[in-house]
Design a protein around this ligand. Structure first.
Ligand code: G3P
Ligand code: CA
Length: 297
């Protein structure tokens, strides 16, 4: 493998199914994960949240109302949340036990053919994907969970250990890479003895002071890869070179079928970033459109 970019095979571009094949099936359901594998994804991405009883489950949001029927099933369990002067009702994942979450429908919002899909546990996700693709978990809001007394990095490592997936190369058919927007959670994984490749996500709306050659070198102290949003690369194209010079792999998010602007479609957009800007990997809702070569067929 490439020195300093150890988590990806040298020269091979990597197709990561973002929330599963989430353009075609409800994100973070086993249906979306299975479809991603059928469509040729190299890795499947579960975002992780914690239940009231400390179980890792696969969901992007910290609350349930966007992707489940929680309003109907638990109408009296909402909290009021005020953001920018607007108050709304939310149903935090962490207010519910796993048993309670399993009563929710996580598929119907996307289409009636997905009625009955449940929120999967991380264990169920592993059982579905193992042997067929890699697993690319994201710890969501670990600081928020820490403030509630949960140790998300430890919970993640415990599940991976139980499945003997906690070491690089433990299962060559199922490599594992861990990602987070929060540097401290990656450092915590390291302190807990985790030797898996780690990838640090950077949001264009809150890029911190990471987007510089020195920033990339600081990331290399606790991670093997960096994953900026594609907007960051458009604004600061040099970031790819700075990351490589620091020994980091580069993974971009997120590529969707409604690509706009300079690209006719999502495949052309991914091709541009992978082969002209030479990034290693992309998170995409459309793993079936991933370009395996620089030239269109
Ligand atoms: O983890 C990469 C990408 O998924 C980050 O964005 O909000 O979709 O988790 P988000
Ligand atoms: Ca994610």
């Amino acid at each position: 493998s490439q020195p300093g970019c150890g988590q990806y095979p040298r020269g091979r571009k990597i197709n990561i199914a973002h929330r599963g094949a989430s353009a075609y099936a409800p994100e973070h359901t086993l249906a979306a994960y299975r479809l991603a594998i059928d469509q040729g994804a190299d890795y499947v991405e579960p975002d992780l949240q914690l239940t009231k009883d400390g179980v890792l489950v696969c969901l992007h949001d910290t609350t349930l109302e966007r992707t489940t029927n929680v309003r109907t099933v638990y109408p009296d369990r909402a909290r009021l949340e005020t953001v920018d002067g607007q108050t709304r009702r939310v149903w935090p994942v962490v207010d519910f036990t796993l048993e309670e979450l399993k009563r929710l429908d996580a598929g119907s919002w996307f289409g009636p053919q997905f009625a009955g899909e449940q929120i999967p546990t991380f264990q169920e996700m592993i059982d579905t994907v193992r042997g067929r693709a890699g697993i690319y978990p994201e710890m969501k809001s670990p600081a928020k969970y820490a403030a509630l007394g949960f140790d998300m990095p430890r919970a993640l490592l415990d599940v991976l250990r139980k499945n003997q997936l906690d070491r690089p190369g433990a299962d060559p058919r199922t490599p594992v890479i861990v990602q987070s927007f929060e540097a401290e959670s990656l450092r915590r994984l390291r302190r807990l003895g985790c030797r898996l490749p780690l990838v640090f996500l950077i949001d264009d709306e809150a890029p911190g002071d990471w987007i510089s050659p020195a920033g990339m070198r600081r990331i290399r102290r606790f991670a093997e890869g960096v994953s900026p949003s594609k907007q960051i690369v458009l604004q600061t194209p040099e970031v790819v070179r700075w990351a490589r010079a620091a020994g980091l792999s580069v993974t971009l998010y997120t590529f969707k079928s409604n690509a706009t602007g300079a690209f006719p479609d999502v495949e052309a957009e991914m091709r541009h970033f992978l082969y002209e800007r030479d990034v290693d990997a992309v998170f995409t809702n459309n793993p079936d459109r991933f370009p395996r070569s620089p030239q269109p067929k």
